[in-house]
Design a protein around this ligand. Structure first.
Ligand SMILES: Cc1ncc(C[n+]2csc(CCOP(=O)(O)OP(=O)(O)O)c2C)c(N)n1
Ligand code: SF4
Length: 479
């Protein structure tokens, strides 16, 4: 009995219960007869048997499978509608050993996400895509999808899909087959037991291809949506066999896995070690890093002002300094559509640890270029934070008493050197000096990499020196 449970029971890679509603229940949220549950069980078992639970990053789509992260005890990312292949590209390129599963419905993949899937496939990203084709938008109540067969009645095609008005259903497998890089393309169905066994094999094959580092694989799985088709689970399955497979013929379309040469992926990934990265970025062999002298901590920095003040490039400068010192860095800009004149801010993290998220909700450091930025971020700073205030523009004092504040007339210092736009250099220089986060030599080395205009190089360096003189003459008063 125990053996049977182990064999047919819940996969190890599933959580014990479904806690979405606050209580642990054992059933899924899927409707009776829905194909998502069957397919996800097959994927869970494959994850177990291939021993990849710790390496799997499951990309949940927008659609009925949105809650996959409540089921799989693996890495999980809930992606914006249709964007999973783009997210998967990022994950795969940064986490070398990850096994990335992009699980997408037909609305998600063939509708709003058509661009992402085509380009990921065309780049040959070595990820695995499971395309769940239930011929309808399930989650939103049964609107026509790109894969809805001709004549099918949906919420938005009450008289059936019409070729003149709605176009033909899109065969994603056939579309994938028009591209060169995919190594494995197959269409399966979970309408019958035999189909489920074939789907099980296809899922494993596609995952194995990724484990072996071979290339992009795509498995389309025809799946019932009894609820929105207005059929019983049994009728839905027989409709699939009769109707759906007529429009979407099952079978293997491409398998070049075995003829692919070993580990070679179709794109050479820039998996560089720290020293190589520095060389790539600075254009010179990694000059001995000053890392030993640098306090090994995480700095969560917010740089904020209005567009045109060089806020984003201040962040780039700081991030480049961090990279040059072989720290982990992230740079996340945020600005309105107007760019110049609108508000702009950038979140920068420098850390000796890998960075989980580039968001900086509660900054430890704020470089405030203008008043509205100080108003916005002062209340959000952590206690003990450091705020560098551009006192040329910001007229008020910082109100918080639990933060360290340094006032510097950044715009005036830059203006006096004849380069008004270099207030950002002043602010970054001041921050590095008062925090000892990174050596000034690193900043000087990075300025030409970020502020590329050669004619301003000498002025920018002069501004660094002027700022250093100012900070020495006006040391920071500890609170
Ligand atoms: C950007 C965006 N547009 C629209 C929606 C609304 N929406 C939620 S699910 C869905 C369709 C999902 O259909 P499908 O991908 O076929 O998955 P299924 O629900 O059938 O499994 C839509 C349009 C959304 N959440 N986000
Ligand atoms: S609406 Fe359709 S796709 Fe969504 S859970 Fe129900 S049966 Fe499955």
């Amino acid at each position: 009995m125990a053996e049977l449970i182990q064999r047919f029971g819940k996969a190890q890679s599933f959580y014990d219960g479904y806690t979405r509603k606050g209580i642990e229940i054992e059933t899924t949220h899927y409707c009776p007869g829905c194909g998502h549950g069957t397919i996800q069980k097959l994927i869970g078992e494959a994850i177990d048997d291939l021993g990849i639970q710790d390496r799997t990053i499951f990309l949940s789509p927008v659609g009925c499978a949105v809650f996959a992260y409540y089921y799989y005890d693996t890495g999980n990312i809930q992606c914006s509608h249709g964007r999973a292949p783009a997210v998967g590209t990022g994950v795969k390129r940064t986490v070398k050993d990850a096994v990335v599963i992009s699980y997408q419905g037909d609305g998600d993949l063939a509708g709003i996400g058509m661009t992402e899937i085509i380009h990921a496939a065309n780049r040959g990203e070595p990820i695995t895509v499971f395309f769940i084709n239930n011929a309808i938008y399930g989650m939103t109540g049964g609107q026509m999808a790109p894969t809805t067969p001709l004549g099918q009645i949906t919420q938005t095609t009450p008289f059936g899909r019409d070729v003149a008005r709605d176009g033909r259903p899109i065969g994603m497998v056939e579309l994938m087959n028009a591209l060169v890089p995919p190594v494995y393309i197959e269409r399966c169905s979970v309408a019958t037991s035999q189909g489920i066994i074939k789907t099980r094999k296809a899922i494993r094959k596609a995952l194995q291809a990724q484990i072996d580092g071979i290339g992009f694989s795509f498995v389309e799985i025809l799946s019932p949506c009894p609820t929105n088709w207005g059929m019983s689970p049994v009728k839905a399955r027989s409709w699939m066999e009769k109707e759906m497979t007529h429009h979407f013929p099952l079978g293997l379309v491409r398998d070049t896995i075995s003829s692919s040469t070993g580990k070679a992926t179709s794109i050479p990934y820039p998996y560089l070690d720290d020293a190589q990265l520095v060389e790539l970025l600075t254009g010179s062999a990694a000059v001995p890093l000053l890392k030993d002298d640098i306090p090994q901590v995480t700095h969560k920095v917010k740089i904020a002002g209005f567009g045109g003040q060089g806020v984003l490039s201040a962040g780039e400068l700081l991030a480049t300094c961090g990279m040059t010192e072989a720290l982990h860095v992230s740079w996340l800009p945020s600005y309105g559509p107007e760019m110049r004149g609108g508000s702009a801010n950038v979140s920068v993290i420098l850390s000796d640890q890998e960075i989980g998220s580039p968001l900086v909700d509660h900054p430890e450091v704020l470089l405030a270029f203008n008043g509205p930025s100080l108003d916005l971020f002062e209340p959000k700073m952590v206690s003990g934070a450091t705020i560098v205030v551009n006192s040329s523009i910001i007229q008020r004092q910082v109100e918080r008493t639990d933060v360290n504040v340094y006032y510097i007339p950044a715009t005036d210092i830059a203006k006096n050197e004849g380069l008004l736009s270099a207030a950002n250099v002043v602010m970054v220089t001041a921050y590095l000096l008062i925090s000892n986060a990174l050596p000034l030599e690193t900043l000087v080395r990075c300025i030409p990499l970020v502020l590329r205009k050669k004619s301003f190089l000498d002025t920018n360096i002069a501004i660094v020196n002027k700022t250093e003189a100012y900070v020495k003459a006006h040391p920071m008063e500890k609170q």
